[in-house]
Design a protein around this ligand. Structure first.
Ligand code: BT5
Length: 249
């Protein structure tokens, strides 16, 4: 219920028991001229991932979107996805869950060779090339939800499953927003922090990009969020795509 969220957050918080999508709502608020606002819901009935994929959002999760208006060019916006991944990883670790980041937008928990998806992040924006008008960073955390209620093929997990007991969503969300607020205002520290939690670096990867697949060893990440891959034919810098961790050959 809303009562659980007596949030002391660095943003105005709009809470919904149930809403189609916090990102959609935050975009509407942006169109109305709002800023520095978090839309938070217990349940989403039309949650979205990248490329219009479905994001399952049953009651008990932390489904939220942060709307803000940073003074940055459009091309820098991916740094806010990384910032969100770092912030949520720190909050998860403080809650006792050993999360790591898979480029570009997944926060995972490793179980041996298996990686289970704990969080998804979806960043949307509008503006001119030299300056964004607004950014909405959507963060979906499987907090106190049963992975059996989530799509199997995603090999999902949740904070409550990993901890063996529910997480205090108010505290978790507060820590997440504090970390995110600090990082979005000091984006120079984001890449460094990201490297600390990355599970992708040093791995053989296959990235499906709009220009075709890129396969090789992920060796680094560059501001504002591109992955550097050593392929057989040389170094490639990939700014977006779906990334698969391959087994070491
Ligand atoms: C993402 O997309 O991972 C970004 C998800 C962003 C969700 C947040 S919640 C708050 C805000 N409001 C929204 O409407 N969205 C944002 P992508 O990388 O495309 O992954 C989507 C895929 O993850 C789906 O195709 C499923 O296979 C899988 N999936 C769906 N729901 C899941 C869940 N709850 N946990 C783990 N995996 C899930």
């Amino acid at each position: 219920s809303a009562v659980e969220y007596g949030l002391d957050a660095p943003f105005a918080v709009e809470y919904h028991d149930s809403i189609p999508s916090t990102n959609a709502r935050a975009r509407d608020l942006a169109a109305e001229g709002a800023s520095e606002t978090v839309v938070l819901a217990d349940e989403q009935t039309g949650g979205r991932g990248r490329l219009d994929r479905e994001w399952h959002s049953p009651s008990g999760g932390v489904w939220l979107s942060v709307l803000f208006r940073p003074d940055v060019p459009m091309a820098h916006a991916p740094v806010f996805t990384l910032a969100a991944a770092v912030a949520v990883t720190r909050a998860a670790r403080e809650a006792g869950v050993d999360a790591g980041i898979k480029w570009p937008n997944d926060v995972l928990v490793r179980h041996g060779d298996a990686e289970r998806k704990l969080v998804g992040i979806l960043t949307e924006m509008e503006g001119e090339a030299d300056r964004v008008s607004w950014v909405v960073v959507g963060i979906g955390v499987n907090a106190n939800v049963d992975p059996a209620d989530l799509p199997d093929e995603a090999t999902p997990t949740s904070l409550s499953t990993e901890r063996g007991e529910p997480v205090d969503r108010r505290l978790f969300t507060q820590r997440l927003l504090e970390e995110f607020d600090a990082l979005r205002q000091d984006t120079g520290q984001v890449v460094e922090a990201w490297r600390e939690y990355a599970t992708t670096l040093g791995k053989q990867v296959r990235v499906e990009t709009p220009e075709g697949p890129v396969e090789g060893e992920a060796v680094d990440i560059q501001f504002p969020g591109a992955l550097v891959v050593e392929t057989e034919s040389g170094t490639e810098v990939v700014s977006a795509g779906d990334c698969e961790h391959l087994r070491p050959v």
